[in-house]
Design a protein around this ligand. Structure first.
Ligand code: PHB
Length: 392
């Protein structure tokens, strides 16, 4: 068995774990990143694509935003489409000049891995963490299995950035952990297609047939979603049916068709809201999806994870470098205040845009949509939350 010692053991090489590793490296705090999957897998994994204004600035400040600035697509507005009419929400006019940037999560992951490897920071891909031990003692231990056998990591703190099904959250005893959860009666079927985006801005559409979202990744790649029943399977959705449905839900008189092209990737994702409290157990700190899930309608998942990491990195550096425990003591409460705001916004966007079987609910949805397009105040709240909820 191989044994290593470090200051912070980071479980998970998604955007959260990798950004934490990067910030700790910059502050001179030793860390090891352990990732169950291969480097190729995490670099190809198609996930979120919208980065908030403050998060973009933060990534740039910490030296991780160079390609993001160059290749990311800056958007000044989004479209809300309902009752066969499209309405533009002028994000940057309403939110003090703030914008959003469209940049695939896996691109950020590639950038952070490249930075890490250039510094020679220890990164163990294909290492499955099987147990976290002695979390309430002074020297926690992380046990992992890798291609060469077992690995034992002794550390001062463990950062659980391993998503909602990972070992980190499972290691918090049920008597400590409170889970607040809501599941929604729909899922998203997402595709990535080799097709030039039909429009320049994202379109969120509420159609009687269901929700649809038009997004993109580059001038030649579109990312589109359809709201479907949670029980749907990909087999039931051949390419023709997907495009037909997207056209039905997204079409307007002035733009009757979406650009079609070969589908490179497809998946169905259930929609859930989850908050786990507290985000700390002894020397284990959880961040990102390990601690909370938002439905994707507000595009907040990755932003929230990166927001947690900014708080966590500062807290760990203060504790480890200066022996100051105040930020770490406040970590969970500091994050949860922002997490609940993101939960509220994601729930609001989700409920407003997915038609229901319940007529009363549909009436409420229409009233909300009309309020956003008729009231500058309502649109301002949406724009500020959409562009910069994390306010980094
Ligand atoms: C995406 O581009 O993948 C995307 C955009 C907006 C969302 C969710 C996902 O709300």
């Amino acid at each position: 068995m191989e044994e290593v010692r470090t200051q912070v053991a980071i479980v998970g090489a998604g955007p959260a774990g990798l950004l934490l590793g990067h910030l700790l490296e910059r502050a001179g705090v030793a860390n090891v990143v352990l990732e169950h999957r291969s480097r190729e897998y995490v670099e190809q994994r198609v996930r979120a694509g919208v980065i908030e204004y403050g998060v973009v600035n933060f990534l740039e400040e910490v030296g991780a935003g160079e390609r993001l600035r160059r290749e990311g697509l800056t958007h000044h507005g989004v479209e809300l489409r309902f009752d066969h009419t499209t309405h533009r929400v002028a994000l940057s006019d309403l939110a003090d000049g703030k914008t959003i940037t469209v940049y695939g999560q896996q691109e950020l992951v590639k950038d952070l891995i490249a930075l890490r490897l250039a510094l020679g920071a220890p990164t163990r891909f294909e290492h499955e963490v099987v147990a976290l031990e002695d979390l309430t003692g002074t020297t926690p231990v992380v046990r992992a299995k890798g291609p060469e056998g077992e690995l034992r990591v002794e550390c001062e703190f463990v950062a659980g950035c391993d998503g909602s099904f990972g070992v980190a959250t499972r290691s918090i005893p049920g008597s400590t952990l409170r889970r607040h959860e809501r599941t929604y009666p729909f899922a998203w079927l997402g595709i990535l297609a080799e097709a030039a985006p039909t429009t320049e801005e994202l379109i969120y559409a509420r159609h009687e047939r269901g929700f649809a979202l038009y997004s993109m990744r580059s001038p030649t790649v579109s990312r589109l979603y359809l709201g479907v029943e949670p029980s749907e399977t990909l087999e039931a959705w051949p390419d023709d049916r997907i495009w037909e449905e997207l056209n039905l839900r997204l079409a307007t008189e002035s733009s009757p068709n979406v650009n079609e092209g070969p589908i490179m990737e497809r998946s169905i994702t259930a929609m859930r809201s989850v908050v786990c409290e507290p985000m700390r157990y002894g020397r284990l700190l959880v961040a990102g999806d390990a601690a909370h899930i938002v439905p994707p309608t507000g595009a907040k998942g990755m932003n929230l994870a990166l927001g947690d990491i900014r708080v966590l990195a500062r807290a760990l550096v203060a504790q480890i470098r200066e022996g100051d425990n105040r930020l770490l003591e406040a970590y969970s409460a500091t994050c949860l205040e922002r997490v609940w705001r993101a939960e509220e916004f994601s729930n609001y966007m989700t409920q407003m845009l997915h038609p229901s079987n319940d007529d009363f609910e549909n009436g409420v949805q229409h009233a909300r949509l009309r309020q956003v397009v008729a009231s500058r105040e309502a649109a301002t709240v949406l724009a500020r939350n959409y562009c910069d909820l994390n306010g980094l």
